[in-house]
Design a protein around this ligand. Structure first.
Ligand code: MG
Length: 246
């Protein structure tokens, strides 16, 4: 009988415990500040928005210099520029950290004898160190972490999203610079997300270190860096280069 009495004594509090919580007001999870600033998109997707840093104005390479020093000597015309024969790589005069980068590039139609890494080879180096490969690899077998859309010698693209030459190809790259501790050791690796012709080919991958042609990459502490375009003794055209600082 004692047990039964205890149960009846407890019943009201048990019922209370099972009562539904009062409904949460939807306003409690609304954020009203800070208000995102307005950025006007370009008239067509791929054209620079209002807050873009224009890296190439279609007329000259005044924002660029030769990596070896002196003027950028690539050939400008028709709103584009092309790697000059026997010239060296070029880089922006300005240095950058985290960016959203847009680049359009084109490899002309080449004879079938031009194969592998000798078929429109160039590259876009973020902070002068981390290469997104430029190469005509729609139907050109090579190591997959060296084809277009790859982060050279690190990550193959998720898919082959190239158009047939001589179509213009577009890269949209979201780059997060690496972070270092005060003692120079790595806190966070660099990361990249890449769209090739609007198709996702790299999804927030952590970079292993600066691009190395031979051997295993290893991070070394650095700050902001240039955007570099690689001269590889191959004809490659560029146009409509801009970025947004993130
Ligand atoms: Mg290259």
């Amino acid at each position: 009988m004692k047990k039964l009495a205890l149960l009846f004594a407890l019943l009201p509090s048990l019922a209370l415990a099972q009562a539904p919580n009062p409904p949460v007001k939807p306003e409690l999870t609304e954020l009203w500040t800070p208000v995102p600033r307005k950025v006007a998109p370009g008239p067509v997707v791929g054209q620079p928005p209002s807050d873009a840093v224009i890296l190439f104005n279609g007329r000259d390479l005044d924002n660029w210099e030769a990596v070896a020093g002196g003027k950028a000597d690539w050939l400008v015309g028709n709103g584009e520029f092309v790697v000059a024969p026997r010239s060296g790589s070029i880089q922006t005069k300005e240095k950058f950290g985290d960016v959203q980068l847009h680049v359009e590039w084109m490899v002309p139609v080449l004879p079938a004898a031009r194969k592998g890494q000798d078929r429109g080879n160039s590259g876009i180096f973020l902070q002068g160190l981390y290469e997104v490969q430029v190469l005509d690899t729609l139907d050109n077998p090579t190591y997959v972490n060296g084809q277009a859309g790859s982060i050279y010698k690190q990550y193959a693209p998720l898919v082959n999203a190239q158009k047939p030459a001589p179509a213009w190809q577009s890269y949209d790259i979201v780059y997060t610079a690496p972070r270092f501790y005060g003692d120079g050791s790595l806190a966070e690796p660099a990361r990249m997300t890449i769209f090739l012709n609007g198709i996702l080919v790299q999804h927030n991958v952590p970079l292993l270190g600066p691009t190395e042609y031979r051997g295993i990459p290893a991070y070394k502490v650095h700050g902001d860096g240039v955007i570099m375009l690689q001269a590889h003794n191959n004809e490659v055209h560029y146009r409509n280069l801009w970025l947004r600082k993130l």
